[in-house]
Write a protein that binds this ligand. Structure first.
Ligand code: DAH
Length: 335
């Protein structure tokens, strides 16, 4: 028995080494720990063993299964980190002549803060299906909420994702509950351009699923992230909002740091900048993601990284960030 369990782990490790993409790992996962796997067969055989054998092998078998699951999770995370080109620390750049892009810097800062709070960083595709971008988030075909997120529909039936929220469903499918993920990335909308709107921008999604999660937990996470980014307490306000994938839903605004709250074109003279959409995840979303809402609940948020970079570096026009004009980026003196 011991020998067989050891062999299972060795061959699992060997098969994982050959995996190039997440789908390959998920196939290996179902082969090794899925319903029809050898370890499940051994586990279900436990009940027919003598009391002595049960004592002898019970925890060994269970621990082996846990170890295999852990190995698989680690290999998924390693793969995600490998494809995490946004933050490729190994690329060398000339300090004298270049700098990281402001959005890259805040993206890295926010993910580092969330990682310290126990979140796993995951990356998803920019070309998405309607299902993950809308339906799975409780936004059916003719729902008016689609109007607010018009996007570019591609000839192949896919679309450019309008937010990072599809990663909520993808992560629930991949990892189940409990869950704590952060998903940064590029997002797109068919927008009229102005100082505050671009058709290409960056967001980071956060999602927590656990037992007895409250709105208090959500506010703490949001406040903590902003405090660490700006290295001081930042004035925020929570307004009721509407998102079909959360109930209740909120918008978090922060005091405009360009004008100090007095009113300017960047904040449309309101003194506030809308930074985060969030709320307690809607039961339908758990249903689509395959999570048992009788047992688990939680929150999710989408933070605008582009706007955050504008606030942090006091950039008053969003178009500067995508312009590729190095002179305007150099002005911010970021290294
Ligand atoms: N995806 C929304 C947007 O881009 C923001 C958002 C709202 C994200 C609520 C969430 C959420 O995770 O729970 O407008």
């Amino acid at each position: 028995m011991e020998e067989e369990l050891k062999k299972l782990i060795v061959s699992l490790n060997e098969e994982l080494k050959t995996c190039q993409k997440e789908a390959d790992i998920l196939n290996v996962k179902s082969k090794y720990v899925g319903k029809k796997s050898r370890i499940m067969e051994i586990l279900s055989g436990l009940k027919d063993m003598s009391t002595d054998d049960k004592k002898k092998y019970g925890s060994l078998i269970n621990n082996t299964k846990k170890e295999m699951e852990q190995i698989i999770t680690t290999s998924i995370e390693e793969l995600a980190n490998k494809s995490n080109i946004l933050f490729d620390d190994t690329v060398e750049y000339d300090i004298e002549n270049g700098s990281l892009h402001p959005v890259t810097i805040v993206a890295k800062e926010v993910t580092d803060i969330l990682k310290r709070m126990g979140f796993t960083v995951v990356m998803g595709p920019e070309m998405e299906s309607e299902y993950y971008n809308f339906e799975g988030l409780n936004i059916p075909k003719d729902h008016p909420a689609r109007d607010m997120q018009d996007t570019y529909y591609l000839d192949n039936g896919q679309l450019l994702r309008t937010h990072t929220s599809p990663m909520e469903i993808r992560s629930m499918e991949n990892y189940g509950a409990p869950l704590r993920i952060a998903a940064p990335g590029r997002t797109f909308r068919n927008e009229d351009l102005d100082a505050n709107h671009e058709n290409t921008f960056f967001q980071i999604e956060g999602m927590v699923i656990d037992k007895d999660v409250t709105i208090g937990n959500l506010i703490y996470v949001v406040q903590n992230v902003l405090r660490e980014i700006f290295k001081r307490d930042v004035k925020i306000r929570l307004r009721p909002g509407f998102f079909p994938f959360t109930e209740p839903s909120y918008e978090v605004d922060m005091n405009c740091l360009i004008c100090g709250g007095k009113g300017c074109p960047t904040c449309k003279n309101s003194g506030w900048i809308e930074l985060i959409g969030c709320g307690m995840t809607h039961p339908m979303v758990y249903k689509y993601g395959g999570v048992d809402h009788e047992v688990y609940n939680g929150f999710a948020f989408g933070l605008g990284l582009t706007r955050l970079a504008m606030m942090k570096y006091k950039i008053n026009d969003i178009r500067v960030l995508n312009s590729g004009d190095l002179r305007s980026l150099e002005k911010f003196d970021i290294h």
